[in-house]
Design a protein around this ligand. Structure first.
Ligand SMILES: *[C@@H]1O[C@H](CO)[C@@H](O)[C@H](O)[C@H]1NC(C)=O
Ligand SMILES: *[C@@H]1O[C@H](CO)[C@@H](O)[C@H](O)[C@H]1NC(C)=O
Ligand SMILES: *[C@@H]1O[C@H](CO)[C@@H](O)[C@H](O)[C@H]1NC(C)=O
Ligand SMILES: *[C@@H]1O[C@H](CO)[C@@H](O)[C@H](O)[C@H]1NC(C)=O
Ligand SMILES: *[C@@H]1O[C@H](CO)[C@@H](O)[C@H](O)[C@H]1NC(C)=O
Ligand SMILES: *[C@@H]1O[C@H](CO)[C@@H](O)[C@H](O)[C@H]1NC(C)=O
Ligand SMILES: *[C@@H]1O[C@H](CO)[C@@H](O)[C@H](O)[C@H]1NC(C)=O
Ligand SMILES: *[C@@H]1O[C@H](CO)[C@@H](O)[C@H](O)[C@H]1NC(C)=O
Ligand SMILES: *[C@@H]1O[C@H](CO)[C@@H](O)[C@H](O)[C@H]1NC(C)=O
Length: 412
């Protein structure tokens, strides 16, 4: 073959290739436009197929609510939101017509999302230049968080007036993302809540429970794996140990931060706790309003009295006389109380009276259901709502301390 023939064929090949790419690009563009028009005409449709390159559009469900995860989809608690509407189906939510994606180009126009969700863990890394460019007044920007405000303070000025809904562990959030649920004996959800009403008198224990409690021999247990914390609970425990030793008691520390072992998830550990220990340290790792985690349940649901430590108002979570508050008592007085209560069975038994009135449970499913429910509530969805004082709300009493050294990039 002659050199120029080869060249000729090569050129023809190139032209073919170029033509083919144009056709392909036009075709995919055309399809995108078609699809977009389809959404606009059918307003909403189930759209999982398209994001996966499967362009068969179903219009059965014409009332989808679209949620865009602006922040990472793989960090807690947002991984509970899953992809598409899978999480709502798996959790048997009342509403399953919510569709979750983290694809910002899912719609050509981001104002078409009903909600845009921001993970509290990630918001501090978002500068004003990295927020959505276009915003519709119909959309809800949602702040979601399960981690304490003290560990994830938020200081940027643009955050005031930015979020429409808050979805957190805080009891005064729009939507709750709970760790703990309190039921009455009729299985009605009664708490926790801000103005919790507890019974004035609680019934005494039955003999069976008293017998179970009477076999205990050890003072205090603590299962812990996070050894150095912002709340400095580790320093408190050191003092407590010293003060308890005067009475011949100690704090048994299980896990990475102590010298005893028992994998917390193991049923045997619950048994060990229940059989042996009078008290359990339900110490939070940081100080933030309403930040009360499932650590409380390690005690309550294993017949051990919780000793709490945190910045929450615990009267929202526990009836009077069912726990000891380490923060209020201080280590010296707490040690004396522990000893006095162990020495007086009547007093110790009384700490369990709540069991005749309430059941405490870990929130069984992630609160994804709650978000979808709110999006389906026309009244709530259409109501104007905005968190103008977001920063003072979220950071609470620690706003000044946690934000003192923050420099707002917007003002640079
Ligand atoms: C995807 O396409 C199939 C076939 O047209 C359809 O039956 C199905 O409902 C679609 N799924 C979604 C989530 O739209
Ligand atoms: C499109 O998606 C639906 C369900 O999501 C599936 O049943 C169907 O087989 C898919 N079609 C293609 C061509 O992948
Ligand atoms: C996106 O939609 C909004 C209205 O919701 C409109 O004002 C804006 O021009 C649209 N942007 C683009 C790029 O289409
Ligand atoms: C539970 O239900 C019974 C019967 O309906 C009622 O008498 C009782 O007061 C209820 N208890 C609580 C704690 O609400
Ligand atoms: C208490 O301990 C005794 C002896 O150690 C044992 O026989 C008894 O079953 C225990 N009671 C309970 C309720 O565990
Ligand atoms: C308790 O411990 C603290 C810190 O170690 C110590 O200052 C205090 O005197 C102790 N209290 C008593 C009553 O021993
Ligand atoms: C809680 O109980 C203690 C005694 O056990 C009592 O001194 C205190 O006033 C009670 N607090 C409330 C709020 O009822
Ligand atoms: C034990 O505590 C109760 C109050 O709960 C009190 O009435 C009783 O006198 C105490 N017993 C002793 C021996 O101190
Ligand atoms: C959401 O907040 C923005 C910003 O303050 C506001 O403009 C918008 O009207 C609010 N939208 C809704 C639906 O509440």
């Amino acid at each position: 073959m002659k050199m120029d023939t080869i060249l000729k064929r090569f050129k023809i090949g190139l032209i073919y290739l170029a033509l083919l790419s144009i056709v392909y690009l036009y075709y995919t563009y055309y399809i995108r436009v078609l699809i977009y028009k389809h959404i606009l005409t059918h307003k909403e449709s189930a759209f999982k197929n398209i994001s996966e390159g499967n362009y068969s559009v179903s219009i059965e469900n014409n009332n989808m609510k679209y949620i865009l995860q602006w922040t990472s989809k793989s960090r807690p608690p947002f991984y509970h939101m899953g992809e598409g509407n899978s999480a709502f189906i798996e959790n048997k939510c009342k509403y399953t017509n919510c569709y979750v994606t983290d694809d910002r180009n899912y719609f050509p126009n981001e104002t078409d999302f009903d909600a845009i969700a921001f993970n509290g863990m990630d918001v501090s890394g978002i500068s004003p230049a990295q927020i959505p460019k276009l915003r519709s007044t119909k959309q809800k920007y949602v702040f979601g968080a399960m981690e304490s405000a003290d560990n994830f303070p938020l200081c940027a000025q643009y955050l005031d007036g930015f979020f429409n809904w808050t979805w957190t562990y805080r009891l005064d959030s729009d939507i709750r993302w709970e760790y703990i649920k309190i039921f009455d004996m009729n299985k009605t959800l009664v708490g926790p809540k801000i103005n919790m009403e507890w019974p004035a008198e609680m019934k005494p224990l039955n003999e069976e429970l008293k017998e179970k409690l009477s076999n205990k021999t050890k003072a205090v247990a603590w299962f812990v794996s996070h050894c150095v914390t912002k709340g400095k609970r580790e320093a408190y425990v050191k003092k407590l140990k010293k003060n308890l030793s005067k009475f011949g008691w100690t704090v048994d520390i299980y896990g990475k931060c102590g010298n005893l072992e028992c994998p917390r998830k193991d049923e045997k550990c619950k048994d060990l706790l229940e059989r042996n220990y009078y008290f359990y340290l339900s110490f939070e790792n940081s100080f933030a309003e309403d930040y009360v985690t499932e650590k409380l349940l390690n005690a309550l649901n294993n017949n051990v009295v919780p000793i709490v430590y945190g910045a929450a108002d615990y009267t929202r979570y526990l009836p009077n006389g069912s726990y000891l508050d380490a923060m209020i008592l201080g280590p010296t007085k707490l040690a004396t109380e522990i000893n006095d209560i162990i020495k007086n069975k009547t007093r110790y038994y009384d700490y369990f009276r709540w069991k005749n009135h309430f059941v405490y449970e870990q929130a069984d499913k992630p609160s994804v259901c709650n978000l979808c429910e709110w999006l389906n509530n026309e009244e709530k969805f259409n109501e104007f709502s905005v968190w103008n004082n977001f920063r003072t709300w979220w950071n609470g009493a620690r706003y000044k301390i946690n934000c003192a050294s923050f420099k707002d990039s917007a003002t640079n």
